[in-house]
Design a protein. Structure first.
Length: 256
């Protein structure tokens, strides 16, 4: 009986250890110059292939930022007096799961390097759980050439959404400052984009473009989101895009 109990305990220990090995948890690094943390939400953590991909990216980011901080410390050690360090965080959070196999992940970096205020960067990762690899928003459109009809149509809708949000926040235009120059009709210059959910079974309701503070306005305005409903881009969708979009954005999601 004792042997059976030991075997059962060992088997349970192996299962728990395997689960922990697959769970990315939190990545951390602390040096004399920087304290760096990378976190992953539950949706990311339960998908081993997605988690492994983002962990690898997170480790590369940590290495690059650690080297950057160490160089800054060597060049200006007085800026790190009294134990001061850069505080850098990266968070991966799933924004939506669409068509049961596209996982849309928002990546948010917060960088406090001792300046007047921390600054942020935002990006996105689209993961397809069928081939278990990264996908691209480009898949959902007939064409996405820089300055082409699709990107110009998307940019138009983005600017409409941002203007409406600025109006809702009662943001007065700053003389001589054109905030719209922060975005361009290019996939790499229009902002980090995630898929927005819809009430239907696994459908997407459109695209959400994410802008950290100081990207499309003054830093004090904070971050912005621009929602572009799929219906406004219907004529530009590829067959795959037409298959995954349907319905309107839930009010609860729109108010997040």
């Amino acid at each position: 009986m004792l042997r059976s109990a030991c075997v059962a305990f060992c088997a349970l220990f192996l299962v728990i250890s395997a689960a922990r090995a697959a769970d990315p948890g939190t990545l951390t690094s602390k040096t004399k110059a920087a304290e760096i943390t990378v976190t992953f939400d539950e949706t990311v953590r339960v998908n081993p292939q997605l988690a492994a991909d983002l962990v690898a990216e997170g480790k590369r980011w940590i290495a690059a930022k650690r080297a950057e901080a160490d160089k800054a410390w060597e060049n200006a050690p007085e800026r790190f007096g009294a134990g001061r360090r850069w505080k850098l965080t990266r968070d991966y959070a799933a924004a939506a799961v669409i068509a049961r196999h596209y996982v849309s992940v928002l990546r948010t970096d917060t960088l406090d390097t001792g300046g007047a205020h921390p600054f942020s960067e935002m990006g996105a990762v689209l993961w397809d759980t069928i081939p278990q690899k990264r996908a691209s928003i480009r898949t959902f459109f007939k064409e996405t050439a820089d300055d082409g009809p699709t990107m110009k149509a998307i940019l138009f809708r983005v600017l409409v959404a941002l203007k409406a949000e600025k109006l809702a926040r009662k943001i007065e235009p700053a003389p001589g400052f054109d905030w719209s120059k922060g975005v361009e009709p290019k996939m790499t210059r229009i902002g980090g984009v995630t898929l927005a959910p819809a009430p239907g079974p696994g459908f997407g309701s459109g695209l959400i473009f994410h802008y950290p503070p100081a990207t499309v306005g003054a830093h004090v305005e904070g971050a912005y989101e621009a929602f572009v409903p799929w219906e406004s881009l219907r004529a530009l969708l590829s067959p795959e895009g037409a298959a995954i979009f349907g319905g309107s954005r839930p009010p609860r999601d729109a108010n997040l």
